[in-house]
Design a protein around this ligand. Structure first.
Ligand SMILES: *[C@@H]1O[C@H](CO)[C@@H](O)[C@H](O)[C@H]1NC(C)=O
Ligand SMILES: *[C@@H]1O[C@H](CO)[C@@H](O)[C@H](O)[C@H]1NC(C)=O
Length: 415
């Protein structure tokens, strides 16, 4: 590698963190990095405790912590949230709904705006029995029965394992606890996981209906310029070749690199748009608060898998190269996740946006076409990728209709 390529790789590596994570790329990222990066870093390092105690209980909502163990040994946290009034009146719990977050995020993502704006609080207020998922490697789900977080093996997974182990186990747990089929809501990578999992009969038979925000199964038409640049230069493979297995923005190195990149060399203001598409309804004044929780770590292999999807236009298992594929899968190419296997009887509600540079309209429409089940689709011309999670108008634009859909399918009368 020439020094120039190396420097480029390093800069792009830096870009990968804020880029994969929208918020650090937003308007005030440079200010945050400039003035309070070390404060935030300290804050992240000191931050202990559970999601319930840090964020949800202080907002006045009853919240309990649960943990599940995956078949491959990861220990995941789940939170169960209900409405503040449920304690006093002892209301019967409504139908369970599992919220599955996206890449570089965790369960906190559903609670980052005001109580009136955040889907997690809104669903609890409407009587749902809200369960909050947190995939392996995120700050709330770092345990493993035997592997150390520092080992390479700990980070040896992609969204395929998140779907077939993490999501499967969380659904199973909630199904057992509530003796009820559940609703699933996914955003972004949470929808990749959901769609992959819904092709598996033993998982989908516990799901009543699902809502997918920025639904992704195909990524062949991603239009985000910064992402495409990283894909083209094989940044994912470079990172792995350089010995990174965990991608953790909140490391000293990550902070310093972002600091230097944002310090005049690059227009951080435009970064959000060049990664997620232009978000209509993002509250830039809340970025400092978002950064107290996001981004969460993920694995380099996961990025590698996502980039494979962009390069190959497929929705398939991890591509190890022909020889290892043959050994593992019995074919040169990795087996595809076949959307036609999602049961016809599964009601799906999907919302996508005209300005989403990751869940591109062409790809979403292909997904819709290949799914055999009943679908209700909401298209919002002005919405970008992040809006479906953090829009200040999300309630009226998106969530009310989603809740109406769930209520129509819910067996429970309490809604
Ligand atoms: C960044 O820091 C420099 C020097 O510490 C200061 O002069 C400048 O005003 C700061 N900029 C912002 C946006 O906080
Ligand atoms: C945007 O965030 C600020 C800071 O938290 C908050 O005061 C304001 O109410 C938010 N605006 C909307 C429309 O939610």
């Amino acid at each position: 590698m020439t020094p120039l390529t190396f420097a480029l790789a390093l800069i792009s590596l830096t870009l990968l963190f804020p880029s994969s994570f929208f918020i650090s790329a937003s308007a005030s990222a440079s200010a945050v990095v400039n003035s309070s990066a070390s404060d935030l870093l300290l804050h992240h390092q000191l931050r202990g405790g559970s999601l319930c105690h840090q964020l949800i209980i202080p907002s006045g909502y009853p919240c309990s912590e649960h943990s599940v163990q995956t078949k491959d040994g990861y220990i995941l946290a789940l939170q169960r949230v209900s409405s503040p009034s449920s304690d006093k009146i002892r209301l019967r719990r409504g139908p369970p709904v599992l919220l599955q977050h996206g890449l570089f995020m965790a369960g906190d993502a559903w609670f980052l705006n005001s109580k009136e704006e955040s889907l997690g609080y809104i669903l609890a207020d409407r009587g749902f029995d809200v369960w909050v998922g947190n995939v392996r490697g995120t700050r709330w789900s770092q345990g493993h029965v035997s592997l150390s977080k520092r080992s390479k093996e700990y980070w040896d997974w992609s969204w395929e394992e998140l779907a077939l182990f993490d999501l499967a186990e969380m659904i199973e747990y909630i199904y057992e606890e509530t003796s009820s089929k559940l609703f699933v809501v996914g955003h972004s990578q949470g929808t990749i996981m959901s769609l992959a999992a819904f092709t598996q009969p033993d998982i989908v038979n516990k799901v009543e209906a699902a809502a997918l925000l920025s639904p992704i199964s195909y990524l062949g038409h991603v239009s985000a310029p910064l992402v495409l640049r990283m894909v083209k230069m094989y940044l994912d493979k470079m990172i792995i070749a350089m010995g990174f297995h965990q991608l953790n923005f909140w490391s000293d190195a990550g902070i310093q690199l972002l600091d230097s990149v944002c310090d005049g060399h690059l227009d951080c203001d435009d970064m959000l748009a060049s990664i997620t598409g232009k978000n209509c309804c993002f509250n830039t004044s809340r970025v400092d608060f978002y950064l107290e929780y996001e981004p969460h770590p993920s694995s380099a292999k996961n990025i590698n898998h996502l980039f494979q999807m962009i390069r190959q236009g497929t929705f398939a298992r991890f591509d190890y190269g022909m020889l290892k594929n043959m050994r593992l899968y019995g074919s040169f190419r990795p087996p595809k996740f076949d959307l036609s296997l999602v049961p016809e009887s599964l009601p799906l509600w999907m919302a996508y946006g005209g300005n989403d540079a990751l869940a591109d309209v062409t790809d979403v429409q292909r997904t819709i076409k290949e799914l055999p089940c009943k679908k209700e689709v909401l298209y919002l011309d002005s919405y970008g990728h992040v809006d479906f999670l953090l829009s200040v108008k999300g309630k009226e634009d998106v969530y009310e209709q989603m809740i109406e859909f769930f209520s129509a399918w819910g067996k429970s009368s309490s809604l």
